[in-house]
Design a protein around this ligand. Structure first.
Ligand code: NCD
Length: 325
C-alpha cells in the first residue's frame, strides 16, 4: 500500500499523516485552514484547548531533534493530551522487528497516537500498517523520504506572509539530495499550485531526474535566486552523505551560502526560510538568518499551530474537511 493510501479513511478524512505525496488538495487546504484557527492559541493567557483531553500521545524519536519534537510536544499539550517523550537511541541498521517490538510495548501502555521520527525511509508507514485500528501515526521525518508536517508549516508560513501562491517563484536551495524537507515541500507547493518552483544546488546534491517532480533545476545560485519571492535554504546534511560530495564547508559557502549581497538579485520583498537547524556561515550568513527577510523563527511558531491541526484532525476531533477555496 502506498503511504497516501494508508493515511486517509473511507470518508476521505485524515487518519494517519505519513506523506504529502498523494495528499488531496482539499485536505491540505483544510489542514492549513485549521492551523489558521489554532495560530492564536499560543498568544492567549491560557494556551489550552480540550480537544484531545484523555488521549495519550507518544513521541518516538529514533533520531535527534529539538524543534520538531518540542513543537509536537507543545502542540499535544495545548490540545490537553498526555504526552510521553521517548528518545530511542538507534543505529541506522536497526530496522523492522526491533521497531515493531518497541511499538507493541507502547501499545500495551494504551497510547492513542505515535509521532515518529526514524532514519529509515518508510518507517512511519510501516508502523501505521501495524498499529491497532484506533491508533494514529504521524510522520515526523523518515530518512530521506518525507517530513510532511514541515512542508505544511512551510506552506502555512508562505501563505501567511505572501497570500496567494499562484504567482510566486519559490527557490529551494542547497542539499536537496538528502533532504526530506525538500521532497515534502516540492509535493506540497505543487499541490497548492505555486507559480514556479526551483531547486538550486551543486550537481552532486541535486537528485538526478528531479525535474520530473515539476521543478526547474539551477546549478548556480545567482540565476536560481533571480526574482525569487521565497527562498527556502536547506542544511548540508553531512550525516547522510557518503563519500565526498563537496570540497569543503568554506567553499560551499562561497558558492551557495546565502549572503545579503547574493540575495539582492531576488525580489525586494523576498522571504527567507529555513527548517533549522541552521549552520551559520555554511549555507546561510548570520546577517541573512537574523535579517529583515528572515521568517525562520516564525516558522517554528507556525509549526505548533500546524501540528495541533494535524493531530486533532487525525484523531477525529475536527469537523470533516471542508472546501474553502
Ligand atoms: C529538518 C529534518 O530533520 O529533516 N529539520 C527539522 O525537522 N527541523 C531539516 C534538517 O535536519 O536539516
Amino acid at each position: 500500500m502506498k503511504p497516501h493510501q494508508i493515511q486517509i479513511d473511507e470518508q476521505g478524512r485524515l487518519k494517519h499523516f505519513i506523506s504529502i505525496e498523494g495528499l488531496p488538495r482539499d485536505l491540505l487546504i483544510a489542514i492549513l485552514d485549521a492551523a489558521q484557527s489554532f495560530a492564536g492559541v499560543g498568544e492567549r493567557a491560557i494556551k489550552k484547548l480540550p480537544l484531545l483531553r484523555g488521549k495519550t500521545i507518544a513521541t518516538l524519536f529514533f533520531e535527534p531533534s529539538t524543534r520538531t519534537r518540542t513543537t509536537f510536544e507543545l502542540a499535544a499539550k495545548r490540545l490537553s493530551a498526555d504526552v510521553l517523550n521517548i528518545n530511542v537511541q538507534s543505529s541506522a541498521t536497526r530496522k523492522g522487528e526491533s521497531l515493531l517490538d518497541t511499538l507493541r510495548t507502547l501499545e500495551a501502555m494504551h497510547c492513542d497516537m505515535f509521532v515518529v521520527r526514524h532514519p529509515m525511509s518508510g518507517a512511519a508507514q510501516l508502523i501505521a500498517s501495524h498499529v491497532a485500528p484506533h491508533v494514529r501515526v504521524i510522520n515526523a521525518g523518515d530518512g530521506r523520504h518525507e517530513h510532511p508536517t514541515q512542508a505544511v508549516l512551510d506552506c502555512f508560513t508562505i501563505r501567511r506572509v505572501k497570500g496567494d501562491l499562484s504567482s510566486l517563484v519559490v527557490a529551494i536551495v542547497g542539499d536537496v539530495l538528502h533532504s526530506r524537507v525538500a521532497r515534502s515541500d516540492i509535493h506540497a507547493l505543487n499541490i497548492l499550485g505555486v507559480g514556479e518552483l526551483r531547486v538550486v544546488g551543486p550537481k552532486t546534491l541535486i537528485p538526478p531526474g528531479v525535474e520530473a517532480l515539476g521543478v526547474r533545476v539551477f546549478y548556480d545560485l545567482e540565476p536560481g535566486l533571480r526574482d525569487a519571492d521565497v527562498v527556502i535554504m536547506l542544511r548540508l546534511q553531512n550525516e547522510r552523505m557518503q563519500g565526498t560530495l563537496l570540497p569543503s564547508a568554506h567553499e560551499y559557502f562561497q558558492a551557495y551560502g546565502l549572503t545579503a549581497a547574493k540575495l539582492a538579485v531576488a525580489r525586494p520583498d523576498v522571504t527567507v526560510m529555513h527548517p533549522g537547524p541552521i549552520n551559520r556561515g555554511v549555507e546561510i550568513d548570520t546577517a541573512v538568518a537574523d535579517g529583515p527577510h528572515s521568517v525562520i523563527l516564525q516558522q517554528v511558531s507556525h509549526g505548533i499551530a500546524v501540528r495541533m491541526a494535524i493531530m486533532s484532525m487525525a484523531m477525529g476531533s475536527q469537523a470533516a474537511p471542508r472546501r474553502t477555496r
